[in-house]
Ligand binder design. Structure first.
Ligand SMILES: NC(=O)c1ccc[n+]([C@@H]2O[C@H](COP(=O)([O-])OP(=O)(O)OC[C@H]3O[C@@H](n4cnc5c(N)ncnc54)[C@H](OP(=O)(O)O)[C@@H]3O)[C@@H](O)[C@H]2O)c1
Length: 242
């Protein structure tokens, strides 16, 4: 029997989000699959015709989110899980200061998440149940020289989710932050990083933790390493190339 019966995954056309949608559908859950690339969503629907409800939408079209959320929740038949997995991380050179790229990251990674998750938070606070999951990143734990705004976008998402957790705990609503390390997806295509995980692995972890309120590192090793990294004093951190 499916642990979750009705879900929405925002960012379901590739990578981690697509795998989450696929694994949820494989367990019998009806999934509203949201992203801009309709052809990718159609492929997913073909795989699970009764269970995937495709929804072509740009998460930065904030004004349309309340209606899209309401319509999709109706089509799915209810909601007990929402996962916001949409994200962008353009390549940024170490001496590049592109407002355009930086804005794109804030728009999708932060404001899109707030637009969608506020809708779910309000609904769940009335129904008194539900799980709300944001895909953060270990990259949000410190400000690093290579990706200032990607780091800042994930830190903002983490803090927003922590505040939602504190608001919604008393209402019985689960709020979950997932912090993956490097994962082999389109976002990281061309990057060769050690210990990259498969999106299937991360998706299974997300579904397992989706009803365990709190913040979860996907790799237990990262929980230890980043506890140390978070506590390195700034004056030392800026001398390190990490
Ligand atoms: N890969 C990693 O190493 C890694 C590590 C830690 C955290 N993460 C996080 O994991 C999440 C998923 O990333 P991924 O690695 O699976 O990358 P991905 O394969 O590039 O997937 C990104 C997803 O976001 C969607 N998206 C992007 N812009 C959107 C928009 N404006 N509106 C709606 N959907 C949008 C994409 O769909 P469309 O383009 O079809 O709209 C796609 O489904 C992101 O939040 C990322 O920051 C990734």
């Amino acid at each position: 029997m499916a642990k979750f019966k009705h879900a929405i995954v925002v960012g379901a056309s590739s990578g981690i989000g697509r795998e989450i949608a696929r694994q949820l559908a494989a367990s019998g859950c009806r999934v509203g699959a949201v992203a801009r690339r309709g052809e990718r969503l159609a492929e997913l629907e073909k795989e699970f015709p009764q269970l995937i409800v495709p929804c072509v939408h740009d998460a930065t079209d904030y004004d349309s989110v309340p209606k899209v959320f309401q319509d999709l929740t109706g089509q799915v038949g209810g909601l007990d899980l929402i996962v916001y997995a949409s994200g962008v991380m353009p390549i940024v050179e170490v001496d590049e200061y592109s407002f355009e790229k930086d804005k794109a990251m804030i728009d999708t990674n932060v404001l899109g998440a707030i637009a969608w998750l506020n809708q779910a938070a309000e609904r769940f606070s009335h129904t008194g149940h539900g799980s709300l999951v944001g895909i953060g990143s270990v990259a949000g734990d410190r400000g690093r020289m290579k990706q200032p705004v990607y780091n800042a976008s994930k830190a903002a998402l983490h803090t927003y989710l922590e505040a939602l957790r504190n608001r919604l705990d008393r209402k019985g609503v689960k709020v979950v932050t997932i912090k993956p390390g490097p994962v082999k997806t389109e976002m990281t295509a061309g990057l060769d990083m050690p210990g990259m995980m498969e999106p299937e692995q991360v998706a299974a972890f997300v579904i397992k933790k989706a009803s365990k309120t709190g913040e979860h590192y996907v790799s237990p090793k990262h929980a230890v390493i980043f506890a140390i990294i978070r506590n390195i004093p700034s004056w030392i951190f800026r001398r390190l190339n990490i």
